[in-house]
Ligand binder design. Structure first.
Ligand SMILES: Cc1ncc(COP(=O)(O)O)c(C=O)c1O
Length: 475
């Protein structure tokens, strides 16, 4: 059988330190059950810097908000705030918890897709910015602000940008072509929304296109000029999140995987994915169709470089977006979530059983389920690490699928078949790295009454000595 393609993840020293401390991992799993999510927030300094540096280089007014929807722990929110970031919140619970943690309302923004009365009321009273999506939200915020005797700080979420002659669809936001008239009719020439205090424009685009973000920013700048003619000053434009991060060490491995997957689903080689799934690709009438529908786990334009490229985009005036924004005195805001959590977390689970299925494939059952490490894209494409309890004995390589605890045929934790130096045994520990951004939390559920995984924060001892179990606390 041909070698299975490997996808080697980028890892940090703290992950290896922990993986080398088998005794500690065993104790943590014993104490908290399996799986556990372990967070170490040091990497957030550099993640933040990678953005901040670009704004500083360009001499732009800026504000960076951490999109906390990407991870539920308070520790990452506290860390982001300590770095000087604001926090982007998406629900009453996310918002209220930030206040309880002592983060002032002026450092919080609300981009929730659905804003209930409690959330609007709290945000208005605390003076936080509400990013409004539609006319009904304007009506509700106006009513609540009136009741509270306050002005509400608002921005408009904008969508419907025209890119290469076609309109980008989004279910979110005001259409950019109608917003100008909406503001004229309801704000400039009416007292209908007189409690709403306009501060800026906001967009968040699906996908990871630099060009689309650049064009969206450029069209927002043009809109801001039209609004200013009506007396509405745009203080900022928020370009949202969706900034790429790179998970993988080698481009060659990524390319090879893509090639081998095509060969496998064309039946040229043995399957390399569960049930020979194409992850977005399929063979139809002998021809390969579709495209890989996974996150671009390898990419060369991550974090600050991605932002730099957006700002360097040249508009029709010949100026870059950075120059244009600067000359208009507009602050650029952004809301990175996933990329702020690069190198911040890992998920550890215990091996429950091994067996051969009726196709002769090895299945390694883990004490976790598919929702505890689930990508919004077709698969999570990083090779896991196995911590073997028993290093002795003959090494016999094995190719396995990792399966989960839900009663679904599709509870297969990674769609890829993974090559290991030896078959894990019951009680061995499997580590999935870099799971803090969305993977560990976004889709987790409690079917079969399985409890949600415990979230541990590792406060690494400053003396750098032996790791102690006391350095980990559960949130
Ligand atoms: C409005 C908004 N801002 C920011 C983000 C964060 O995006 P990411 O985690 O990809 O950076 C999201 C993600 O869905 C979002 O909806």
């Amino acid at each position: 059988m041909a070698h299975l393609p490997t996808l080697t993840p980028i890892t940090s020293a703290w992950m290896h330190e922990l993986m080398n401390a088998k005794g500690i991992l065993n104790q943590l799993l014993e104490k908290h059950g399996s799986p556990i999510n372990i967070h170490q927030t040091d990497a957030m300094d550099e993640n933040y810097e990678s953005y901040h540096r670009v704004f500083e280089e360009a001499g732009l007014k800026n504000r960076i908000f951490f999109a906390r929807k990407a991870n539920k722990t308070k520790a990452v929110v506290q860390k982001a705030h300590s770095l000087g970031m604001g926090i982007d919140t998406a629900s009453y619970q996310e918002y209220s918890q930030c206040l309880e943690m002592g983060i002032p309302g002026s450092d919080l923004i609300v981009t929730a897709a659905v804003k209930n009365k409690g959330l609007i009321d709290k945000a208005v009273r605390k003076g936080s910015l509400l990013v409004l999506d539609n006319e009904d939200e304007c009506i509700q915020v106006q009513e609540i602000a009136k009741e509270a005797g306050k002005n509400a700080n608002i921005a408009f979420r904008v969508s419907g940008f025209t890119v290469r002659d076609s309109k980008l669809y989004s279910r979110f936001g005001f259409d950019i072509e109608t917003l100008n008239t909406f503001v004229k009719d309801n704000f400039a020439e009416s007292t209908r929304f007189d409690q709403l205090s306009y501060k800026g424009l906001h967009f968040h685009l699906n996908g990871y296109s630099v060009e689309e973000r650049s064009i969206a920013l450029s069209q927002c700048l043009a809109l801001s000029e039209r609004l200013s003619q009506k007396g509405f000053k745009t203080e900022f434009i928020d370009i949202g999140g969706g900034i790429l991060m790179n998970y993988l060490k080698y481009e060659t491995e990524w390319d090879n995987f893509s090639l081998q997957l095509r060969r496998a689903i064309n039946n040229k080689i043995d399957p390399i994915t569960f049930e020979n799934q194409g992850l977005g690709l399929q063979v139809f009438g002998g021809a390969l169709q579709g495209e890989l529908k996974t996150y671009p786990f390898w990419n060369y334009l991550s974090k600050g470089d991605f932002l730099r490229k957006i700002l360097a985009y040249k508009t029709s005036s010949g100026d870059t977006l950075a120059e244009q924004t600067k000359s208009l005195g507009i602050e650029v805001r952004m809301e990175p979530g996933r990329s702020m959590l690069d190198q911040v977390g890992l998920t550890a689970a215990k091996v429950a059983f091994r067996k051969k299925d009726s196709r002769g494939d090895w299945l390694v059952g883990l004490e976790m389920n598919m929702t505890q490490m689930l990508s919004g894209s077709a698969d999570f494409m990083l090779d896991p690490f196995v911590i073997y309890q028993n290093e002795e004995g003959e090494e016999q390589s094995a190719e396995v699928y990792f399966t989960g605890a839900y009663c679904l045929e599709r509870d297969v934790l990674l769609k890829r078949k993974i090559a290991l130096r030896k078959l894990p045994e019951v009680g061995d520990v499997v580590i999935f790295v870099n799971t803090a951004g969305y993977m560990m939390h976004f889709f987790e559920s409690s079917a079969h009454l399985f409890p949600l995984a415990e979230n541990l924060i590792w406060n690494r001892s400053s003396n750098g000595g032996e790791i102690s179990i006391a350095e980990f606390y559960a949130e």
